[in-house]
Write a protein that binds this ligand. Structure first.
Ligand SMILES: Cc1cc2nc3c(=O)[nH]c(=O)nc-3n(C[C@H](O)[C@H](O)[C@H](O)COP(=O)(O)OP(=O)(O)OC[C@H]3O[C@@H](n4cnc5c(N)ncnc54)[C@H](O)[C@@H]3O)c2cc1C
Length: 417
């Protein structure tokens, strides 16, 4: 299923083939090639022509990606649904290109496309995860800059990031969803302290980020002042498209049509369970789910590419969470008692157990499964909205925020008391 017409697909295919025939050379320097692809608009063809794209429908990026892959050339159709992109490109690049100011686009888009900048998401706070609109990090205008104070948590890849996609409160007199703004924050500055958080796999992909008088230029505001919630919804839609893609984090249905890190069909054969009807049913179900997810992801990506918030992205993300948990469960069942071992000396069990733990990445990160169910219920099924008693109250009067502000004032007046 695709949204683009056959005629357009053929035209684009012919155009990209002709361009590749003229320019691609397997011996070319990787950086030089990436620059050629970026400047010709093939790296993200759905972006506007004025900003390194070709203004194509997002579904056609897949055609570009296929043609680049066919000749073995990298960096084509990076915005295709099938791409698993880093944060800076699939969220940062998309948000800046759709809602950023021109001066910011000029400074950041090409370095992002060239892979020269790393990004992270500064959304969650200790008191604001699912209820993200309860965030208390503040940004205050000071001349040509914004000054940011607060704490963020669960920041994937915060360490080493060049910029953060930040949401902060800019008006405490408006209700919680209305007084928020979205910024790009330079991470390499004295006011930004990044600390690692160790996760259950033993690695530390996460960070806590402490912001103390951190600064960002005025034109790093994305969208309008106090309209950050709308920007955030677009950004989350892009994130959920990738997390709900059949080739999103941890999964690639071209490499493994059934299974996340372990090829489950191959594993079932090896342990002699490929004739077991229960195993066959589980594998067929996983395969079917993956196909449906990839079609759904294409639908959601087209909407997100046009700057629309599509609840279809939540369907894919929720379904992918199920695939990842079930795949890991099937792998454990196939491995039997040996599947309980953990460590590099037992690679199959190690990989299966790591997948089991990493499956929670999809079911919590980018909004938990329960929150996706709420979105689907409210926006697709038309069910009544989740009860919220603080929605229309000025944020400074919401008890949690008021307490924190009072504490801040007391601290300023009587430090250390
Ligand atoms: C792998 C991973 C990567 C992440 N990366 C980032 C990142 O880069 N940047 C960032 O800012 N954040 C990141 N996060 C944080 C993530 O967005 C939050 O953990 C998530 O939104 C849940 O918030 P919370 O942890 O505060 O849990 P809570 O919001 O406290 O939720 C606790 C439980 O209550 C449920 N719940 C809460 N509210 C409702 C409701 N209204 N209806 C039904 N159930 C509800 C939740 O589903 C959950 O099960 C990441 C998390 C993970 C796991």
């Amino acid at each position: 299923m695709t949204v683009a017409s056959e005629k357009n697909r053929d035209e684009v295919r012919a155009e990209v083939r002709a361009w590749l025939a003229e320019h691609w050379n397997p011996g070319i320097d990787a950086r030089e090639w990436r620059g050629l692809s970026v400047d010709a608009g093939w790296a993200c063809p759905s972006w506007p022509e004025a900003w390194y794209g070709r203004g194509l429908d997002r579904a056609l990026s897949q055609v570009v990606a296929e043609e680049f892959t066919r000749v073995g050339a990298p960096a084509g159709g990076l915005d295709a649904t099938s791409s698993h992109l880093p944060i800076e490109l699939h969220i940062g690049g998309n948000v800046i290109v759709t809602l950023g100011r021109d001066s910011l686009k000029r400074r950041m888009l090409r370095p992002i496309l060239m892979g020269e900048l790393r990004g992270c998401l500064l959304y969650s706070e200790p008191g604001a995860g699912s209820d993200l609109a309860a965030l208390q990090t503040r940004a205050e205008r000071d001349g040509d800059e914004w000054v940011v104070n607060g704490q963020k948590v669960w920041t994937t890849a915060g360490f080493g990031a060049d910029f953060g996609l930040l949401i902060a409160r800019t008006d405490w007199d408006q209700p919680k969803h209305s007084g928020i703004s979205y910024f790009i924050l330079p991470m390499d500055q004295p006011g930004v302290e990044v600390r690692p958080i160790k996760q259950m796999t033993g690695e530390a992909h996460f960070n806590e980020v402490f912001l103390t008088d951190a600064r960002t230029p005025a034109d790093h505001l994305i969208g309008d002042l106090n309209d950050g919630w709308r920007v955030l919804r677009t950004a989350l839609a892009h994130e959920r498209v990738v997390m709900g893609s059949a080739r999103g984090p941890g999964v690639d249905d071209r490499r493994l049509p059934v299974g996340a890190t372990v090829d489950l069909i191959e594993l079932a054969r090896r342990v002699g369970k490929n004739d077991d009807p229960m195993v066959r049913q589980a594998l067929a179900e996983l395969y079917s789910l993956r196909r449906v997810i990839s079609w759904n992801a294409e639908r959601a990506a087209v909407a997100a590419g046009r700057g629309n918030f599509s609840p279809a992205a939540s369907l894919g993300k929720l379904a992918m969470s199920r695939v990842l948990h079930e795949s890991a469960g099937v792998a454990s069942a196939l491995l039997g008692p040996g599947g309980t071992l953990y460590g590099p000396s037992v690679p199959e069990a190690y990989s299966s157990n790591t997948s089991l733990m990493m499956a929670f990445m999809n079911s919590i990160g980018g909004g938990s499964d329960q929150i996706q169910r709420n979105i689907i219920g409210e926006r697709i099924l038309g069910l009544p909205k989740d009860i919220g008693t603080d929605r229309d109250v000025p944020f400074r009067d919401v008890p949690k925020a008021a307490a924190r502000r009072e504490f801040g004032r007391a601290e300023a007046e009587h430090p250390g008391s």
